[in-house]
Each structure stands twice: as C-alpha cells, then as structure tokens.
Design a binder for this molecule. Structure first.
Ligand SMILES: [Zn+2]
Ligand SMILES: [Zn+2]
Length: 166
C-alpha cells in the first residue's frame, strides 16, 4: 500500500512543479472542449494561472497580467476567475487564511491533493495520498453522495520552522 507523499515543498505559497503525482491538464484545451470563447486578455490570464509556480490570489494575478497588458483591469480578472471556477477548471483555496481573507486559485489537478500551510513561514505544501482517494470512495459508498469538490487544508509548522523554534 502506498503512503502519502509530499509532492511540493517549496517557498512561499509554492506548489508542485514537475511532480509525477499531480498533473494539471491544459485549461485552454478544457475551455476549447467546452466551446468557451476566449478573448486575448482572458487567454493571458488563463496562461498565467496555468503556469504559475504559486497559488495565486486575484490581486497577484492582476499584477502579473498588467506587466504584459497594462489595460487589463480587476473586473476582467474577476470575470475570468468566475468563468474558470463555474466550469470546475480551477479550485479556490483559503490556505488557512495565512494571509488574511484572500482566496487563492490553482488549475484543477488530475488528482485531489491536500494543502499544508505553515503558520510561521507561509510555506504551502501539496500532499497527494491514496488514503485521501480511499476516504472519498468510502464517503460515496456510505452516503451515496456525489462529490464534486473536495478540499482539505492543514495548518501547522513545517519541519524547518519546528527546528528553528527549538
Ligand atoms: Zn515554516
Ligand atoms: Zn495546490
């Protein structure tokens, strides 16, 4: 039986890169398959979300996008996030509110994963586990519920911060 694996342990609000455990299907392909018309500005935003090495909040997304297209405004950012969210292509995360009331977005992954947030340094680790998949199966079996979204966030202290504190 395989146990859980930490698939990302990088810097601030980081997320996994090059991991074989978690992959992120192309948002543009998913949108095309759903016949969603995409403007140039939306395409830019979708590309940034897809390629971001971090979990992005709306303000950071706007900031990055503005460097490539100064005409992009907040409304376009929020509309694009809503579009992706409503079609189930991105996940919205609180990340234990380590930076206040912000929400963070990431392209949906092939496998559900949990997030571990360090209260001290703000590191975000992604965690995928077969036990998590089993738990979902069990929930479906016992309740007959149809699961559309699963979110598990864990707050605490990363190894490095534990060492620094002791
Ligand atoms: Zn830490
Ligand atoms: Zn994630």
């Amino acid at each position: 039986m395989s146990v859980g694996a930490v698939v990302a342990k990088d810097s601030h609000l980081g997320r996994s890169k090059g991991s074989t455990a978690i992959t992120r299907p192309s948002l543009m392909k998913e949108l095309a398959a759903r016949r969603v018309r995409i403007t140039v500005q939306r395409r830019l935003l979708v590309g940034i979300i897809q390629d971001s090495p971090r979990h992005l909040d709306a303000a950071t997304l706007l900031e990055i996008a503005k460097k490539q297209d100064p005409d992009i405004d907040r409304a376009t950012v929020y509309r694009t996030i809503a579009l992706l969210k409503n079609r189930g292509l991105i996940d919205e995360l609180d990340l234990m509110h380590i930076e206040g009331e912000k929400h963070y977005y990431e392209a949906k992954t092939n496998r559900d994963h949990c997030h571990m947030a360090c209260f001290r340094c703000g590191a975000i680790m992604e965690y995928a586990s077969s036990s998590f998949e089993k738990l979902k199966e069990e929930m479906v079996k016992q309740s007959g519920f149809q699961i559309r979204v699963v979110r598990l966030e864990v707050g605490g202290f990363c190894k490095r911060c534990q060492k620094a504190a002791s």
